[in-house]
Design a protein around this ligand. Sequence first.
Ligand code: ATP
Ligand code: MG
Ligand code: MG
Length: 380
Amino acid sequence: MNILVLGAGQLARMMSLAGTPLDLVTLAYDAGTDKVIDPVSFKQYDMSLTAAISWADSITAEFEHIPLPVLALCEQSGKFYPGAEAIATGGDRAKEKALLDKANVPSAPYRLITQQAHFDEAVESLGLPLVIKTCQAGYDGKGQWRLKTLADKAAVWSEMAAFLAAGTDAYPHAILAEKMIPFDREVSIIGVRSQSGEIRIYPLTENQHTNGVLTLSIAGKEKAQIQAQAEQAFSAVADALNYVGVLAIEFFDVAGQLLVNEIAPRVHNSGHWTQQGCHVSQFENHMRAIAGLPLGNTKLLRATAMVNVLGQAAIPREVLAISDVTSHWYGKSAKPGRKMGHINVSAANLHQLGERLAELAEILPEADYPGVAATAQALV
Ligand code: ATP
Ligand code: MG
Ligand code: MG
């Protein structure tokens, strides 16, 4: 069976790697360059998007910020999962909030802003501090402002106004202001829904961000009550979208109550740990779902942590000498802060996971791999 992925980055690559043993052949379409490539070897194919769509038996996406005309072409083919609406919802915070409200899933209080009066009202009614986000195209914390004091309001508004004015009739710009949530921690749930509506959900993941970018995830330490809350939100959102494939939902944990931060209609960085932590990874389950194959086991095999490798030219080879450490390299050219690869580390229990993270922390400098040493300490 042939699979076409919209987007040709590491997520497409890991989907392809997971699909190979299932006899799935994957090509990736990069909308930025209008090229079709093999996302593992990076070999280029002389194939148009239309030809790639005809070639594919099933089409999916690794990124929610895809040009609408490309989404429309894929949707017309009748073989696009999770489909244009789900992708567009994940790529537009206004659509996302409307969906969450409709599905009765709690998220951070917000106001939509397209003019100054809306902003004034948001400051008044939500109060400060505010997190202000562009509705489209934001990722890794890009396209955001923080408003902490009234003294900064005019300066922040002038930047917002410039952004709003840069929109066009075809692509109007919009902004969303959210109450800044004083969360205890951030967690995410990853799950998969099949073409017949069956749902399987992975254990909750705790996530650490540094400067808006995920740096470390850890799975295997959650209590049943919080898992149940996340699963309920997952099912509500996945069913509302009639979703097919892997879907991720990020939450703020506020004293044991989960508030949705955002959804991602795709495999997600905070689910990379499933490659070693579960019987069937998020990548394999996504491929199974979109190919119409039975879903795989999402139960936790062993406590697992993932450390992102950001901006480095290579993963230090010595880490592989630590028991149950695996390296996942994306084959991209290095740029400061760019997601270059990740390291998974597994263990029989959380205490042992802490010991292994401590061994990792001796090799990986804190400045490049923040949080590894502190997480190790908290677990042992
Ligand atoms: P990505 O899609 O790569 O996860 P993003 O650009 O879509 O990132 P968000 O997830 O919305 O950005 O925000 C990035 C981070 O900023 C969050 O993980 C969280 O740490 C912080 N943040 C966002 N919104 C809020 C909020 N309302 N209150 C407190 N912190 C927030
Ligand atoms: Mg996002
Ligand atoms: Mg996010």
